[in-house]
Design a protein around this ligand. Sequence first.
Ligand code: GRG
Length: 323
Amino acid sequence: MRAGLSFDFQNYVAERKSLVEDRLGKYLSADDPHELWESIRYSVLGVGKRVRALLCLAAAEAVAYGQKDERSLESRLARARELTLPCACAIEMLHAMSLIHDDLPCMDDDDMRRGRPTNHKVFGEAMALLSGDALLLLANEILLKESSEEIDPRNLIEVAGKFSSAAGATGMVGGQVADMLFTGQAYNQLDPKNAASVLRQIHARKTGALIKFSIWSGACLMGASNEILEAFEKYGEIVGLSFQVADDLLDVTGSIQALGKTPGKDLAAGKLTWISVYGIDESRRQLSAWETEGKAVLDKLKLSEDAVKPLQALLEFAIHRKN
Ligand code: GRG
């Protein structure tokens, strides 16, 4: 992972990724029925950039920076990571299940994901469907059962409610349905202004809802002020849209080796994407504007530069990534 800020982003990411991977391994260590858990582990463990989990931890640590008490900064940050790891893992499980379902023949019908055959290619469609179902429910269980008693229960309940909204009809499922409805010829019937607003909604729900939730939940679990929560929601919207527009760009500019999946599929399927509506140059200009806007949202907060640096670096990464 690369980002333009001066702190050691590579190291920052590697440390937190390994925390997330280890904990996911613990949560997914069951083995009965064996085929189900094999399929679940195949799609969750050892693969993926873990951007959503990193955003959740980064938001929590940003809040902990400003919550000065008798503890050292290092121990406040370690505590923030510990308190939010179950949520970060639940988010990665939800993300993984959405990829499994998204790749199914009845949806995007993809053979490759993260550089290897998709779940249904290895385990069959029925197992892929059921692993996704099990993961969705397990994610909810982990969030509620594994979260520390140190977290204010009112915050945990709020987070659990928003987790379901981010996944369901108002979030990922609704976004996926709209995406399906506007694939093919359908969007040609929209005038350009409508196409742009439909597209923004699809991206905000299908991809943006979980990314926004990732940032907001990390802060909420840490008992952040309303001012921080509102700013992080705004920031989450910017990161979510940027992440998906960068994805649209990679579909037309990326290689199969870098992406680990087949490029050009959105275009071939006639999907409504930022590129099909605005073109490559305008999409790049928009990404650059969001990068500036995101920085301004963080700058306005009364948090130190060090506190928000990782969040800012993750937005830069979302925009400039190659996979
Ligand atoms: C959530 C209940 C429920 C069902 C799933 C299929 C579906 C409904 C929604 C589709 C969501 C989806 C697949 C959105 C695309 C998001 C996206 C850009 C994925 C790629 O994310 P990366 O690049 O992947 O973070 P890695 O492999 O790094 O984790």
